[in-house]
Design a binder for this molecule. Structure first.
Ligand code: 5CA
Length: 157
């Protein structure tokens, strides 16, 4: 797991993204746990969710506010193809991160990324840094810019 954290940190350096990684004593595996550990709103936690094209196997990353659920129809419109949730073994293989610690940056291969527009409601958000206890704080505008994420409405209403 230490390698995963180092990969996320190195990616931030490579991208010129200013982040502060914090290793928490407690789990940050879920958005609610991470919000408790970070003493922030659940909406300020960035969920990094991997989907695959149902017909193509293409990989997509969705960066979503911790208090929003992804509307898979909206996600499919953004990706321009039908999607399904990637299974945990595929997520690990393709990103190098295990579920619960998937970082928005530092994947083993580039991933087309979309961002929930609601992330921009906050000045600071927290995302996983490669392990289920490591997080980093970042300005959402910078995160979206550096991940080349397309910002859109992804929320299930
Ligand atoms: N470290 C936290 C906060 S940054 C984190 O990684 N949250 S997360 O939301 O990005 O990752 C947990 C998410 O993984 C859950 O919201 C859930 O959607 C997804 N997940 C959990 N179990 C599975 C599973 N078996 N298959 C696919 N996705 C899963």
């Amino acid at each position: 797991m230490a390698g995963s954290l180092a990969r996320a940190e190195q990616a931030a350096v490579d991208l010129g993204l200013s982040i502060t990684v914090v290793e928490m004593p407690e789990s940050t595996r879920t958005a609610v746990e991470a919000a408790t550990a970070c003493d922030c709103e659940v909406g300020q936690i960035v969920k990094s969710l991997v989907f695959t094209g149902s017909e193509t196997g293409d990989l997509f990353l969705f960066l979503v506010c911790g208090d929003n659920q992804v509307d898979i129809e909206k996600a499919a419109i953004a990706a321009e193809q039908p999607l399904e949730r990637a299974d945990p073994s595929l997520v690990r293989k393709k990103t190098g991160f295990a579920i619960g610690g998937v970082s928005p940056i530092g994947h083993k291969q580039p991933i087309v990324t979309f961002a929930d527009e609601d992330l921009l409601n906050y000045q600071e958000v927290w995302a996983a840094a490669g392990t289920p206890r490591a997080v980093f704080a970042v300005d959402p505008t910078s995160l979206i810019k550096k991940t080349k994420a397309k910002t859109t409405d992804l929320k299930l209403s």
